[in-house]
Design a protein around this ligand. Structure first.
Ligand code: PEP
Length: 253
């Protein structure tokens, strides 16, 4: 997917994680219906579990809702039981994919090198990757948050992203699913550092690459976070599971 726009609309991305049976498709339909009432100022995407990807795409077909995968393998196919490839995400109707989420890095020991391989595989399949980075509480308390995240970013972004549509999500580990949202000061500082790195690496393209914040984004705090400098959207976990909450976050963008 080649980069077309230099001023992308904010992206509000709902990561359902390992949540959602067939009945959850009703929430996706409600999100699509909520957006159909007026064109959204933001791009809106849902990342359901792989088991729902295809059906969710059908459920929201014709709406403003984009659909993506929560992960993909770095290889196009092969003996990797339980994994799915980027091509499979695309074949199931996805146009985007999250790679390097901290839960993948922690639960499955994914390295930056593997994450870069997944981002590359996503591009090869025509998907827009969202590449996640973020520091632990210990790293923040030790004053190493910015240097750690920038190092992680450097190693997780393949050179092949040049000229292609992609997004970065900054998600401090201590804010994910905890209700402890990062302060606007913390977010602004980190997003500015990420922007500097993106511009150094990708030039003009790096100025427009959306940098999403993720970590306990809720209807109550979304407006303040999304208005902060260099925040180009939100990656939303828990609050994306209910259409009412998710739509309120979209409304805040
Ligand atoms: C996430 O899943 O990436 C996330 C940020 O979760 P939550 O919004 O629940 O903190």
């Amino acid at each position: 997917m080649t980069l077309l726009s230099t001023t992308p609309r904010p992206l509000i991305a709902g990561n359902w994680k390992m949540n959602g049976l067939s009945t959850a498709l009703d929430e996706a339909r409600a999100i699509a219906a909520g957006l159909d009432r007026r064109p959204a100022a933001a791009r809106v995407a849902i990342f359901p579990p792989a088991t729902l990807l295809h059906r969710l795409g059908e459920a929201v077909e014709g709406s403003f809702v984009l659909v993506g995968g929560q992960d993909c393998h770095g290889a196009a196919s092969g003996a990797h039981t339980g994994d799915i490839s980027a091509q499979m995400v695309a074949d199931a109707g996805g146009t985007m994919v999250i790679v390097g989420h901290s839960e993948r890095r922690t639960d499955h020991g994914e390295t930056c090198q593997q994450v870069a391989g997944k981002a590359q595989a996503a591009l090869a399949a025509g998907l827009e990757p969202i590449i996640c980075v973020g520091e632990s509480l210990e790293q923040r308390q030790a004053g190493e948050a910015v240097s750690f995240v920038i190092g992680q970013l450097r190693n997780s972004l393949p050179d092949s992203l040049a000229g292609q549509a992609f997004d970065v999500a900054y998600e401090p580990l201590w804010a994910i699913g905890t209700g402890h949202v990062a302060s606007v000061e913390n977010i602004v500082e980190m997003h500015a550092a990420i922007r500097t790195e993106l511009v150094a690496r990708f030039g003009e393209q790096g100025r427009a690459t959306p940098i999403l914040y993720g970590g306990s984004v809720k209807p109550e705090n979304a407006r303040e976070i999304l208005a902060a400098p260099e925040v180009g959207g939100a990656l939303v976990g828990g609050a994306s599971l209910k259409a009412k909450d998710f739509l309120a976050i979209v409304e805040a963008a």
